[in-house]
Design a protein. Sequence first.
Length: 293
Amino acid sequence: MIGVDWGTTSLRAYRLGPGGAVTDRLDRPGGILTVPAGGFPDALREAIGPWLAAGEARVLLCGMVGSRQGWVEAPYLRCPAGPAEIAAATVPVPFEGAEVRLVPGLTTEDADGVPDVMRGEETKLVALAIGLDDGLACMPGTHSKWARLEADRVTHFTTHMTGEVFAALSTHTILARTSTDGPPRPEAFARGVARARQQGGLLHHLFGTRALNLMGRLKEAETRSYLSGLLIGHEIAAALAERPTTQVELVGAAELAALYEDALRIAGVTVRRHDPDLVAAGLHQIGRSLGWA
């Protein structure tokens, strides 16, 4: 089969053997926002045409290609969900010469009934959940995801806009005027993580970042690292308050994952790092449930 992770800005495709081994792959620009109306069939064929010509006839798509802005909207599937539930909810897409299906995103609600959604991350989590009886996974990013994994399924998750908020605060608020770019400052980051565990709340702590600078207790070269630690620290505190644990499964790009690992260790939590490129394995698991492998 062919597995495709088609996001907002890029397209990653994998040619998978019967056991899930990646026999070929491509990673290129050309996210869904670059595809003109009605252009998804041609864009897909242009990307994976050689594999189709070689005999592949089954294609499984995940990511924002299944959103309202994508090819066809694949409705969100309510948690709990594993490979079988996700496979049953895939959406067929007309495509000449191959069977093409879209993976749905997942949805859940918090304790107060407010909904949460993910689209794309569920495929990585499916791979991570296999064989895991009870675990908590963290996927840091622009919108970080924390997911509860039980008996091979995603049972609940929360989203935290940490990365996007950091970008906004560090470039478009008063905090930008008391900071300078430079290499990461691990000690300042650790100070921010520790501050997040103190009383006062995030909004008070954010203004404290400026006040520390004004009083000469936080250098401008340290502000960005301190702010990063503060936001990640608050994210971790919220996630652990909802689901206390002593170990977290961490999946993410190396540099950002390293920050989360440091922050989690400060919070007394051990970390098990995983390959960030889990999409192919997750697509294979869903493909198996479809009877493709």
